[in-house]
Design a protein around this ligand. Structure first.
Ligand SMILES: Nc1ncnc2c1ncn2[C@@H]1O[C@H](COP(=O)(O)OP(=O)(O)O)[C@@H](O)[C@H]1O
Ligand SMILES: [Mg+2]
Ligand SMILES: [Zn+2]
Length: 343
């Protein structure tokens, strides 16, 4: 599977740029902290980065900051057979007993490595008792113990635990970073897709590197070649261009498009949600809050905000409307009418 085959093995292969730079700095410093908190949505590289980190600090032939991925330590960590790297999934081992066992382990000196690394996944699932027990260990860890707590849910982690860890924010996968990952995979797999192809996959990956890698794998297996085929595969055929048609401000074209969408049993709820999401991104781009390589709309800021208001009303009306397309048609009629009054 692509997402396992191309799991990053070095810091420089981490396509999450923010994380890559932060981990680099940490590994370059002589005296790095002993407890880390990796925070971020699923599929953003927390587990991958934790293993790379464990390798880097235990590598026997480490050059610069990167693990060599060839020495016995690196190989053992890669195959999960290294006794000094202990992974615990707190989703299934959340109680005081499991945490106590883990703490007991921290008192042992490393056997083959320089550090014993404790990776606790889904750390927010640990019980209150468990956290209390862990807290003391985090306050005075043995010099050879390193803790990496990974979580998708920072708010559920006690402040006391948070304050004893150095936080590394994986956030959500940025579209540009996800595209870099897809291209990295492609350089090995030689599927040779165009940029707009990757851009579309990245947009529909739920900001997850893992999901994007899975989509790429399926799409290449099914020998999907054109953007149109990809749109069909992603279930978004046609949806993406309603906004483009609105931009053209062509009344007739717009209503023909909606009619066809209705004829093809399109889902108006999803359609309006998608267009609203796109408009929100455009709003943030215009406000300079995000800089994405999205296509920038020709609509003005006030047109965008008016459209958002009208489409939100249409969205509300969907449930009570006897005809599904009607709320959207009314909203766009109003939008175009106001344009005419202004011009
Ligand atoms: N930063 C990244 N750079 C490149 N690929 C990534 C990155 N993060 C995740 N991936 C891909 O997603 C898969 C799952 O990542 P993982 O580290 O398990 O994420 P998490 O632990 O945050 O859910 C990896 O095997 C890899 O294919
Ligand atoms: Mg993980
Ligand atoms: Zn090594």
């Amino acid at each position: 599977m692509f997402y396992l085959k191309y799991r990053p093995k070095t810091i420089s292969e981490l396509d999450n740029t923010r994380v890559r730079d932060q981990l680099r700095k940490i590994l370059e410093s002589k005296d790095f902290p002993h407890a880390f908190l990796f925070v971020g949505q699923k599929g953003t590289g927390k587990t991958s980065a934790a293993r790379i980190f464990a390798k880097a600090i235990n590598c026997l032939k480490r050059e610069s900051i990167e693990p060599c991925n060839r020495c016995v330590n690196c190989l053992a960590i890669a195959s999960s057979s290294f006794t000094d790297v202990i992974e615990m999934d707190a989703a299934s081992n959340r109680g005081i007993e499991e945490v106590k066992n883990l703490i007991r382990e921290t008192s042992f000196l490393p056997m083959s490595g320089k550090y014993r690394v404790f990776i606790i996944d889904e750390a927010h699932m640990i019980t209150a008792d468990g956290f209390n027990a862990l807290l003391k260990t985090l306050e005075e860890p043995s010099p050879s113990a390193i803790f990496i707590l990974a979580t998708t849910n920072l708010e559920k982690l006690p402040k006391t635990i948070q304050s004893r860890c150095v936080k590394v924010n994986f956030g959500k996968g940025l579209k540009t970073d996800i595209i870099s990952m897809l291209k990295r995979i492609d350089s090995h797999e030689k599927v040779n897709y165009q940029n707009d192809f990757y851009s579309l996959i990245a947009k529909h990956s739920d900001n997850s590197f893992r999901d994007a890698a899975k989509i790429l794998e399926e799409v290449s297996m099914q020998r999907i070649k054109t953007v149109a085929e990809l749109e069909t595969f992603l279930g978004i055929r046609g949806k993406s261009n309603l906004l483009e048609i609105i931009e053209s401000k062509d009344n007739k074209k717009t209503f023909i498009w909606i009619e066809e969408f209705a004829q093809n049993a399109g889902n108006f709820k999803n359609l309006i949600e998608d267009v609203l999401e796109e408009l929100r991104i455009q709003l943030l781009i215009k406000k300079g809050v995000i800089i994405e390589d999205e296509k920038i709309t020709t609509l003005t800021l006030s047109e965008i905000s008016r459209l958002i208001k009208l489409l939100m009303e249409a969205y509300q009306l969907l449930r009570s409307s006897p005809i599904e397309s009607l709320p959207l048609e009314i909203a766009l009629t109003e939008f175009y009418n106001q344009l005419e009054i202004r011009n």
